[in-house]
Design a binder for this molecule. Structure first.
Ligand code: FE
Length: 337
């Protein structure tokens, strides 16, 4: 009878250890493509690696470039996760077949229904509220009520808007179409255009600066731009108003993530996504950019909390993607440049 020599035994041990290690090399890394800049993602990745030992490698670029890259790489992509801003972009990735449906009780518990894909291909991780900001010397808050009301003639030559080319406004109008239908929404947008005090502006900060300088009285912006400006100069005569609180709620969008269809480290990638939705990471994810946590059990940053509570529009954000083209055409018809 052949007996195992101690050499044989050592060899078997060596073989088994090697096997485990090789498997770990695969399981101990997640590759992320992120349209969110490095400063906004690295702290969470570091915390995740510290807790789990799983490394996170990431590439940052704009959404368009990352989507094109995922598409070109196809089944050979090294990416396991895609992080972008705006549901419209996540929807486009899903529509192009680049994402995979994820079954996770953790994610379903942590992220409310309206902030994730009905098929669970993408999940919101932070909430960005697009709301009214007004000049406190020229507007009484009681004059304000809804997005729709900004089409009323009482706002004639008092409104500033960012360009309709920005996906933020396309998503806002898409969600309005989902709520009111095309004909009604077109009337509202035409009203906005009639009320403009200046041509549409290139970005949210410019719009806020115009309101602060009294060139117009009200505008629509994402709150984190308001936060950035006010933390530089708290004396600016600007304040936030939460519209549609007795109706549809404030228009929100997300920055969020999905698991890529052809990634190789699915298990670890889902683990990272679950971590990002958890109490441990939610404040890191939202606070760094003065956004709101997507997980409703987590409180926003203290400075952000001073802007007050508001009710979000509970309509599923997939509409922002589905109706994006319709919204772009509508804005064009309405003369919104
Ligand atoms: Fe932005």
């Amino acid at each position: 009878m052949m007996r195992f020599s101690s050499n044989h035994f050592l060899f078997v041990i060596f073989f088994v250890v090697t096997l485990i290690c090789t498997q770990n090399v695969h399981a101990s890394e997640v590759v992320v493509y992120s349209a969110r800049i490095e400063q906004l993602i690295k702290p969470m990745f570091d915390a995740f690696t510290k807790e789990t030992g799983i490394k996170v490698r990431y590439t940052t670029d704009n959404e368009g470039a990352l989507l094109a890259r995922l598409q070109a790489e196809g089944k050979n992509t090294p990416a396991d996760m895609l992080i972008t801003v705006d549901a419209g972009n996540l929807w486009a990735a899903s529509k192009a077949g680049l994402l995979k449906s994820v079954k996770s009780d953790v994610l379903e518990n942590n992220i409310p229904l309206h902030l994730r894909d009905p098929n669970n291909e993408w999940f919101g991780l932070s909430v960005r509220a697009r709301t009214i900001v007004y000049n406190t010397r020229k507007v009484e808050p009681r004059e304000l009520s809804t997005y729709e009301d900004l089409a009323d003639e009482k706002w004639h030559k008092r409104l500033c808007l960012r360009s309709s080319k920005k996906v933020y406004n396309q998503s806002l109008v898409a969600m309005m179409i989902a709520e009111h239908g095309e004909a009604e929404t077109e009337k509202i947008i035409k009203g906005w255009v009639t009320n403009l005090a200046t041509d549409p502006l290139p970005d949210d900060t410019k719009a806020l600066e115009y309101v602060a300088a009294g060139k117009c009285d009200v505008t629509l912006v994402n709150t984190y731009y308001f936060g950035r400006l006010m933390s530089k100069d708290s004396n600016l005569p600007l304040a936030i108003f939460w519209p549609n609180q007795h109706g549809s709620g404030v228009h929100v969008n997300i920055s969020g993530a999905g698991i890529t269809r052809y990634g190789r480290n699915e298990k670890a990638a889902i683990q990272l996504l679950e971590y990002l939705s958890s109490a441990k990471a939610q404040n890191l994810f939202a606070d760094l950019n003065m956004e709101y946590p997507a997980n409703p059990t987590i409180k926003p940053d203290r400075f952000v909390a001073t802007w007050g509570d508001f009710r979000q529009n509970p309509l599923n954000l997939i509409k922002a993607g589905e109706l994006q083209t319709t919204a772009v055409k509508l804005m064009d018809r309405a003369g919104y440049k």
